[in-house]
Design a protein around this ligand. Structure first.
Ligand code: MRU
Length: 370
């Protein structure tokens, strides 16, 4: 996607005269106010970038971890180093399954190789994971476009299709295109008028800070809404479709995503608004069936709830406290939307019902038998 006319991915490898080049990311903590680009030089830097949310969003977390393995293999390609890197990076964030998927993928490919071949293979695979992510998200966009087209066909000419989204499942959460935003970008390219309602997504405000930023840069009409406004908008017929992303979807179609997604799904069901989840297949955890009991939900620092970050009148980015001294906070970062509340899953292979049968129909090569 473009930022002020310059095409960007959220992570990339840049040639700098060294053997493997340098891996760069956008440090998303400062968006939308500052575009800071950081080079990640060693395993510790990769772990910090994932844990402290310089990068975030399930697919980007996976891609970053893949490069983290590659950078470590260039420093020390031993078996012990490979195993330790799996542990160190895996411990950074617990919920998005793309992290484990990428680490397992790299380790299983590197383990059989001689040590002196591991760095090259790891960088090549990390590059490929990025390219595959872009392609999967492009296809998600094509499949999601069909849904938007259907809704547009029922409207008066020029009337926008109104889509609500939660958190940031846009291009900064992936390598490019985004998952939930890809159908929107494809609709815009196809000339279909759209209007996006962007949930602010407390506590980290990924909607206000990232989704609003990217839609703004892309010129997609949108309004920022408080997290509490979605139900009201749906009751009043102002939302045609909800599309969200996911950090982990189970083999039976339960969807774990940013905290607050479940409430949007309940409101959507109560108001007959279709609720779709867009996901590339590495976000499916085929080993889990019961999302509510089996998915580890990240608990983050209470300060994310008691404080908010923004730009002050002097242009400085600051944190301000919104609650009284002495009030504690709970901060579960994700919730699980049971499959029965999900209208459909938009994947790179097409759209399916959120069920074991639906997913197995699209992914017979990966779904567990029985
Ligand atoms: O805590 P975050 O910002 O990493 O959470 C991200 C989300 O919940 C996204 O919606 C999800 O990863 C899907 S991203 C394509």
């Amino acid at each position: 996607m473009k930022i002020d006319g310059t095409p960007y991915r959220s992570i990339w490898r840049e040639q700098d005269g060294s053997r493997w080049g340098v891996v760069k990311v956008i440090d998303q903590r400062w968006l939308p106010h500052e575009l800071r680009i950081e080079a990640l030089g060693d395993r510790a830097a990769f772990a910090t970038a994932i844990r402290d949310m310089w990068v975030r969003g399930a697919p980007l977390i996976g891609a970053t971890a893949a490069y983290g393995v590659a950078v470590q293999m260039a420093a020390d390609p031993s078996d012990a180093s490979l195993d330790e890197t799996w542990e160190v990076l895996h411990a950074t964030r617990p919920t998005a399954i793309n992290l484990r998927w990428a680490l397992d993928d790299l380790r299983s490919r590197l383990r059989p190789l001689p040590e002196n071949a591991r760095a090259a293979a790891a960088f090549a695979r990390a590059d490929a994971i990025c390219d595959e992510d872009v392609e999967m998200n492009r296809r998600i966009g094509e499949h999601g476009l069909a849904l938007i087209r259907e809704i547009a066909a029922r409207k008066k000419p020029g009337e926008p299709v109104r889509i609500l989204t939660h958190c940031n499942a846009g291009w900064p959460a992936t390598v490019d295109w985004g998952t939930a935003t890809s159908p929107i970008y494809h609709a815009v390219e196809a000339g279909i008028p759209v209007h996006v309602f962007v949930d602010e997504t407390r506590p980290r405000n990924q909607g206000a800070q990232l989704t609003a930023w990217e839609l703004n840069k892309a010129g997609v009409p949108h309004d920022l809404v408080t997290d509490n406004a979605g139900g009201h908008l749906m009751q009043h017929g102002e939302v045609d479709l909800v599309i969200v992303g996911t950090d982990r979807t189970t083999a039976n179609g339960d969807v774990c995503n940013k905290i607050g997604t479940y409430l949007k799904a309940l409101a959507a069901r109560a108001n007959n608004v279709p609720f779709y989840v867009a996901l590339p297949s590495p976000t499916i955890d085929w080993t889990v069936r019961d999302g509510l009991r089996e998915i580890p939900i990240e608990e983050r620092a209470p300060e994310e709830v008691t404080h908010v970050q923004g730009r002050d009148e002097t242009g400085r980015i600051v944190q301000v406290q919104v609650s009284p001294d002495g009030t504690g906070a709970r901060n579960p970062a994700f919730d699980v939307t049971p499959a029965h509340l999900v209208t459909g899953l938009i994947t790179e292979r097409g759209i399916c019902e959120a069920s074991a049968e639906g997913l197995a129909g699209l992914f017979p090569d990966r779904a567990p038998r029985g």
